[in-house]
Ligand binder design. Sequence first.
Ligand code: AN0
Ligand code: CP
Length: 318
Amino acid sequence: MKQFISVHDLEGGLAGALQEAFEIKKDRFQYSHLGKNKTLLMVFFNSSLRTRLSTQKAGMNLGMNVIVLDVNQGAWRLETERGVIMDGDKTEHLLEAIPVMGCYCDLIGVRSFARFESKEDDYREVVINQFIQYSGRPVFSMEAATRHPLQSFADLITIEEYKRRPRPKVVLTWAPHPKVLPQAVANSFAEWMNETDYDFVITHPPGYELAPEFVGKAQVEYDQQKAFEGADFIYAKNWSAYTDPNYGKVLHADRSWTVDEGKMLLTDNAYFMHCLPVRRNMIVTDGVIESAQSIVIPEAANREISAQVVIKRLLEGL
Ligand code: AN0
Ligand code: CP
C-alpha cells in the first residue's frame, strides 16, 4: 500500500483488512521485525489524544522509531498558500517544510482538519495532498479535512466484534455541540459503512445534510426516534453544516437531539459508539455513556489495531 487516505486505499477490500486486524489483535508483536530501523513521523496541525497515542503505539509494536511533531508548538509558523509575499507572521512555507520532513522518515502520518476558510479547498484536501505530492514518502491520514479513515476502520472492527446478527442496523446520528466541528468523522464513517452490507441509516436535523458522495446508499431519516427503532448500534457525532451557504456553520445545537436513555429504549438494546472526545450531556447523557451498552472504550482501543494494519501494509509497500 502506498497511501491511506480513504477506504478506497485498502487493497483487497474490507474482509482482508478485518482478517488482518483480528490476527494482529491476537499477537500485536508478531511483526516487530518489519519496522526495524524505519522511522514514522507523525505531524499534527490539530490536537489529539487517541490518534497520537494509538498510532505511536502501533508504530512501536511494529518495531519502528517514532517522531511526533506538533506543528503549532515549537515548529515555525507555516504558510500554506503558494504565491503569498511572506512578510507576515509565517516564517516557513509548507513547500520547503514538507520535503524536509520527508528527509528524516520513511512514513508520514498527517492530521490536518478542515479549516473552514474555503469549502473547495477543504474538500480538495489541499494540505494532505501536498504531503502526498512533496514529501517523497507514503502518507496516511490521521484525520484530514474530509475523512478520518483510521477511526472508521477501528469503528468497523468494533462493530464486527459486537454485532449479534450478520447485517446489523447501524445508525449514525447527528448530536448537538457548541463549536464548529468538521464533517470528517461522519463522512468517513458513512463511506466505510457503505462498503459493508449493514442496514445503514443516517439521521440529522434539516440543514445538516452531508455531501452526497459520502451519504451514498445510506437511508436518510430526519426523525431521530424513528431512526433509532430496532437499531443495533447508535453512532453519535456532531458535525457543522456542509451545504451552501452555511458551510462550516453551527445552525443550532438543539439538545432535543442529545442521545439519552429514553431514545436508547427505542433501539434493540443497541450499543452506543462515539469516536471521542465527547461532550457529555450535549452529545450523550452521562447515563448512556456509562451504561453497559456503551462501547466507546473498546472502540478507542481498536485504534491501535487499525493503525497497526495500515502502518504494516505501508511498511510492506516500501
Ligand atoms: C474532532 C472532529 O470532530 O473532527 C476530532 C474527532 C476525532 N473533534 C473535535 O475537534 C472535538
Ligand atoms: N478519535 C480521535 O481521533 O481522537 P483524538 O482526536 O483524541 O485523536
